[in-house]
Design a protein around this ligand. Structure first.
Ligand code: TXA
Ligand code: MG
Length: 324
């Protein structure tokens, strides 16, 4: 993969107390710091600083119309930015801190830059549980905008090395907290006329959300997530899904007990293990093969989010810059 500024070595620091303190200092100055969360690495900046938020869009090569997730320390901090409704309260109580993002109307007293919402009157909020992200939020005492730390449209980064390969010298610091435990982005939920809407399947399975909200409405009516464009998470390699086996010229990314897999997301057929391996295995294979066949993956539990990412990764890419 080529990124234009890869030659400028980024500053990768171990996410120990000194590294976190330095990261918090840079963030408070409006600089960009890549940080681990329990889902994937985020490209963080002070969400209340419009120039810092603009620098995120520039570093990712992301179209301005795609809004960013704002990370906050706790529910109280979230209430200062977004207007909660009873279902949102219940979801926050059930899943925060954790891999759930709530899209809510922007509060009248909100301090986050209008640019994070990219022109919408809503704001996407999440309280991460990863200790490094939580420490940065505490130490900076401000909300942090952090989209996934990959170049726009590309495979999501789940390790500090992936961030360095994706964003190179375009970030001021990368805090290395090891591989991210879940490996899939947060589940994004919006609300439409009192009903919860699934805007992006993610690390919390639909079934778990529905146990709190009842059946989720389908996105596409009153509320949309601009990030849900067709092509996304895209490797350079050609991707063929639901493949029983690899054809000539292809390497198999397996799931379950399949023969001749080049790599296997989970030989035991465990969807949590497959979610954690998805982006790093796609990335490994993309570096070494030109065509990838992927075993069928069930649509249940985290399979919904895994298949969502795979379908987008397989979709024909639009012009560079026209995707997320
Ligand atoms: O796990 C995650 O959510 C990671 C980590 C770093 O927290 N972040 C992440 O951010 O995946 P990003 O920016 O790559 O994805 C944000 C998603 C996009 O699909 C975007 O369109 C949607 O959230 N989103 C953000 N703000 C929104 C809003 N106001 N209304 C609707 N959708 C929104
Ligand atoms: Mg992303």
């Amino acid at each position: 993969m080529q990124t234009p500024m890869q030659s400028l070595a980024p500053i990768t620091r171990h996410a120990d107390a000194a590294g976190i303190a330095e990261g918090a200092r840079l963030l408070a100055q409006g600089r960009l710091v890549a940080l681990p969360t329990e889902t994937v690495y985020g490209l963080g900046a002070d969400a209340t600083n419009g120039e810092a938020v603009a620098a995120i869009f520039a570093a990712k090569g992301r179209p301005r119309f795609n809004p960013l997730i704002v990370h906050v320390a706790d529910l109280e901090a979230a209430r200062r930015q977004g207007v909660f409704n009873p279902l949102a309260d219940r979801l926050a109580a059930a899943f925060w801190p954790g891999p759930l993002t709530l899209v809510l109307p922007r509060a009248a007293c909100a301090t986050v830059s209008l640019l994070v919402s990219a022109g919408l009157d809503s704001v996407a909020l999440r309280v991460p549980s990863h200790p490094v992200a939580a420490a940065l939020l505490r130490q900076t005492a401000r909300p942090l905008a952090a989209p996934s730390a990959n170049a726009s449209g590309r495979i999501t980064a789940t390790s500090a090395a992936h961030v360095a390969a994706e964003l190179g010298g375009r970030v001021d610091m990368i805090l290395d907290g090891g591989a991210t435990p879940l490996g899939l982005e947060s589940t994004v939920i919006g609300f439409d006329q009192g009903r919860a809407v699934l805007l992006r399947p993610g690390a919390i399975a639909r079934e778990e959300i529905e146990a709190v909200t009842g059946p989720l409405a389908v996105a596409g009516g009153g509320i949309q997530s601009p990030g849900q464009l067709e092509s996304h998470y895209a490797p350079d390699a050609r991707l063929r899904l639901n493949a029983a086996r690899a054809e000539t010229g292809e390497a198999l990314l397996g799931f379950g007990p399949v023969a001749d897999a080049w790599l296997n997301l989970s030989p035991a057929g465990d969807l949590n293990e497959a979610a954690a391996n998805l982006f790093s295995m796609l990335r490994d294979m993309d570096e070494q093969v030109g065509a990838i066949a992927v075993s069928p993956i069930p649509e249940t539990g985290l399979g919904e989010a895994i298949n969502d990412r795979l379908r987008r990764a397989a979709a024909p890419a639009p012009r560079r810059g026209a995707k997320e």
